[in-house]
Design a protein around this ligand. Sequence first.
Ligand code: ZN
Length: 314
Amino acid sequence: MEKIPNQREIFLEKDIAEPEEQVRNREQKFIDDFVEMWGRQNLPEWESFFDKIDFNLLRDLFSELEKKCGITADRSNFIWPEKIISSEATYSNYDGKYNLIKLRAPGSIPTSPESEKKYYYERLAETYGTEEMNMLHTIVHEEAHAISKNICVGLEPSGHHKAHAKEIQSGYHNNDFGLFNEGVTEKIAREILEKYLNSSGWSNEEKELYRRNRKINPEKFTYSVEVTLVDAIIKKLAIKNKLPKDQIWNALKRGFIEGERIMENKEIVSLFKETFGRDFLTELKRLTVFARMFTGEDYEFARFNGKYKLGLKL
Ligand SMILES: [Zn+2]
């Protein structure tokens, strides 16, 4: 019987999967080394926050989405707290090579001077409202990356506890489509977070503050430009092709979970060509989150926005 691939697959080289036990040992070694270096797996703030989070509920909410995309619970790559690490020096991300969620220190701005702390707390008050809501959002966002299709090819251990991969795919992100993938990830995260808040018994006051901020300061939230871009794409596809917006969004979620390679799918390529013009996908795939976030003004993105009249506020 052919083995059904898991949501996360690791290949030492093309078509040669890394043996499961080797994967487990390698990943555990990374955590062991991390603990040895930092003296603990997680910062106390995160440790106590995990106790407050209903991970079973969170898993169920992601399962609902996965099931709609044909992924059964046993194939899910939902991350439990034993595979979450944090330190003063980590920044939040999902690491596909070690299948870990790494978290930043709450309230920290790793690269910013102390004077920007004030700015951080001002922004926090205008968006998530509290540090805990912010922390919850971070976990949900990174879980969304983890449950998307993740593939590493050409993995080779290097140094003490580092590995390189020739090719890493995560959701739609496969060398390219970085910004688009982030938008889809965050849009999913917002939906799951909303459902979590509805059923988890989270403080009403905090929920109200967060929801009010969502309405009045939408552009101040993390990855708001990325999500607005995805929304603009959905809207235009819906209008031009006379399809319900929900149907398109569901298809995008499915592609994210299946690891759709957009450029290899002729149907998608021609749909985008007819809707947006010849070069749209080629230009979209080159947009990266890093260019936009770290170089200040991103001319590429601004140009893209103007050319396709997406109307995004940058
Ligand atoms: Zn992300």
